[in-house]
Design a protein. Structure first.
Length: 259
């Protein structure tokens, strides 16, 4: 049996189709039909008393929020809208927007494609020396993130978190890659533990496990001495992967020199 709401939509669509079928050709070129569909289905597990549930709302609650909780929910404030200006950029390469011959802005996640996009950008604009990190949630591919970080260091780039800017998770490692590091007074740094593909976090592995050596080695490579590398690594791992700890510019200055 066809639900009444579905039957009503079918009748509406049929009516518009009939109108369009007999309209002049030039009229068909300019006619735009916009419809809004709300789907209701029976769901005993989420009965609101009337026996119906908005499927779109259920999807938002059960899937979208769960997927985004690791990133979107960690943002305390949105970056100033004037900072992210891809529309005025000379060129865009993934999360990178080239502002001028020396400056590029970054907003977005690091994916497996990002190191290639960074390389293509440098091939087109070899004079880039300033990376402004506007709103960088982190990495969806940790290996790609470290490849990108080392490419930033090889390029001799200055990394900057401008006023209103936010770097979180793996993006903090990218900021550390700068040969010169800067951050505005209100810059935001969000850190938490890493997690592997099995859901195990850093503290699930014994301190002697070689898995820790990669991160400690990276921090030393970026200029932290051994004591600071271990202290910063322990700080990040003190917060679970699905949570975030916010650090300020002054907090980061305890570990690295800011210019």
């Amino acid at each position: 049996m066809v639900p009444p709401s579905t039957l009503l939509r079918m009748l509406i669509v049929a009516a518009f189709a009939a109108v369009l079928a007999f309209a002049p050709a030039h009229a068909q070129q300019v006619v735009t039909v916009t419809t809004t569909t709300v789907t209701w289905t029976w769901d005993d597990a989420a009965d609101d008393g009337a026996g119906y549930v908005d499927e779109d709302a259920a999807l938002l609650d059960d899937e979208v929020l769960a997927e985004d909780s690791g990133f979107a929910a960690t943002r305390r404030y949105a970056p100033a809208a004037t900072l992210a200006t891809p529309g005025h950029a000379k060129a865009n390469f993934g999360p990178f927007s080239v502002i001028d011959g020396a400056t590029v802005r970054m907003a977005g996640d690091v994916t497996s494609a990002t190191p290639r996009q960074f390389a293509a950008m440098l091939a087109a604009f070899p004079g880039l020396k300033r990376l402004e990190m506007v709103d960088c949630p982190g990495s969806l591919d940790e290996e790609a993130n470290l490849i990108l970080a080392r490419a930033i260091r090889r390029q001799g780039m200055e990394t900057v978190v401008p006023a209103g800017g936010s770097v979180r998770s793996g993006a903090v490692e990218l900021w550390l890659a700068g040969t010169t590091r800067r951050a505005a007074a209100d810059a935001e740094f969000g850190v938490h533990s890493w997690a592997d593909e099995y859901g195990r976090e850093a503290n699930d592995y014994p301190a002697s496990d070689p898995v820790h050596a990669e991160y400690l080695g990276y921090y030393r490579e970026m200029g932290l001495n051994d004591a600071k590398a271990r202290e910063f690594y322990a700080l990040t791992n003190s917060t679970p992967f699905d949570d975030v700890r916010y650090l300020t510019r002054d907090d980061m200055a305890r570990f690295v020199t800011l210019d």
